[in-house]
Design a protein around this ligand. Structure first.
Ligand SMILES: Cc1ncc(C[n+]2csc(CCOP(=O)(O)OP(=O)(O)O)c2C)c(N)n1
Length: 349
């Protein structure tokens, strides 16, 4: 397994990637923001202010490391638990909150951002990512496509179909399997008899690498190398990010029903934020005062983003009919008018 920062934050000097100080600080801030924004989302759900939400606590390095290695023209094709990657790449937090509040406008990302909408049907995004990468290859673009999915997705047909095509067509894909040890209540041991998920790449004819997913430096380095290969026409790579879902599957789940406290406590020692903080402290670019300032800044930033999302206009009843066709059909117009009339009548009663 590729590991550059150990659990205590000691760095392997031989493998240490060259990352400038400002990028390292941006990575740390992003991981901290992701942790706090995620915790806030869970609380908002408990207060009835946000819908079902999949927490990403524990997976911040697995998402931030690759984001820091990506260029603006690269794509992120994600599932639903990749908050850290999206925030680093510039999606406003208020937009993501809006999405989880059930407002479709939360899927409308700023222009020019190469990030697909979330894909909740497990594994469905893998063939999409291969199609996007194939298009980039045909157009002779230098962009690559990073595709996230979970360990559970590797049991879906779409995973096989996408990986097979990517191998045959040598598409510029970087597949990141966030092996967070659980697919809801199904443990990794019940998911596949393969010794690692990374080894599945061999069968498709391209490299696979097992990486400590709680080590942002290792995730950065592995993704950077895979992106370089993709851009040089050398085809796809599968990265198995070995990590852990610290929270429940979603806010509708209670993970205490199927996993032990002991396991959670063991993984808490491998916290991706703690070890990265130790690393930047050792480097002399971080300290307790800066930490406190950053934490305060993030807390007020998150509150302001919540306000922005909650202040966003709510969808209207008519919106249900509006976006299926470029021009609404007569049938739909009729239905929309009938519903509007009925709703209007009700509010006057
Ligand atoms: C095709 C399909 N089957 C079942 C579900 C219900 N479901 C949602 S998430 C999930 C588990 C996914 O596990 P994994 O791929 O490991 O990702 P993780 O949730 O751990 O991030 C399941 C079964 C779904 N959304 N789509």
């Amino acid at each position: 397994m590729l590991r550059i920062l150990d659990v205590d934050g000691n760095v392997n000097r031989e493998l240490e990637p060259e990352i400038d100080d400002s990028t390292l600080l941006r990575m740390y801030r992003n991981m901290s923001l992701t942790r706090i924004a995620d915790d806030k989302a869970v609380k908002l759900q408990r207060q009835g202010r946000l819908g079902a939400y999949p927490p990403s606590k524990g997976q911040e390095a697995s998402q931030t490391g690759p984001a820091a290695a990506m260029d603006k023209e690269d794509w992120t094709v994600w599932a639903f638990r990749e908050l850290g990657n999206l925030l680093y790449r510039g999606i406003p937090l208020s937009t993501l909150y809006l999405y989880w509040m059930g407002n479709e406008e939360g899927s409308k990302f700023p222009d020019g951002m190469r990030i697909t909408p979330s894909a909740v049907p497990v594994g469905s995004q893998v063939p999409h990512a291969v199609g996007i990468a194939y298009a980039a290859k045909v157009r002779k673009e230098r962009s690559a496509v990073v595709c996230y999915f979970g360990d559970g997705a590797t049991s879906e047909g779409e995973f096989h179909e996408g990986m097979n095509f990517a191998g045959v067509l040598r598409t510029p894909n970087v597949f990141i399997c966030q092996n967070n040890q659980w697919a809801i209540s199904v443990p990794r041991t019940r998911q596949t008899a393969s010794r690692t998920i990374a080894q599945k790449a061999l069968a498709y004819g391209f490299p696979g690498i097992l990486v400590d997913g709680n080590d942002a430096l290792a995730m950065f380095a592995a993704t950077k190398e895979a992106l370089d290969r993709a851009r040089n026409g050398e085809g796809p790579t599968l990265i198995e990010s070995y990590t852990y879902r610290m929270g429940d599957h979603t806010t509708s789940d209670d993970a205490t029903r199927y996993r032990l406290e002991k396991e959670i406590a063991e993984w808490a020692l491998k916290d991706p934020l703690k070890r990265f903080r130790r690393y930047i402290e050792e480097r002399g670019i971080w300290n307790e005062v800066k930490e406190r300032e950053m934490q305060d800044g993030i807390a007020s930033f998150v509150e302001a983003e919540v306000k922005k999302a909650e202040g966003h206009p709510r969808p209207t009843l008519e919106d249900v009919f509006r976006y299926t066709y470029a021009e609404m059909t007569d049938d739909l117009k009729e239905q929309m008018e009938a519903l509007s009339k009925a709703a209007h009548g009700r509010s006057e009663e």
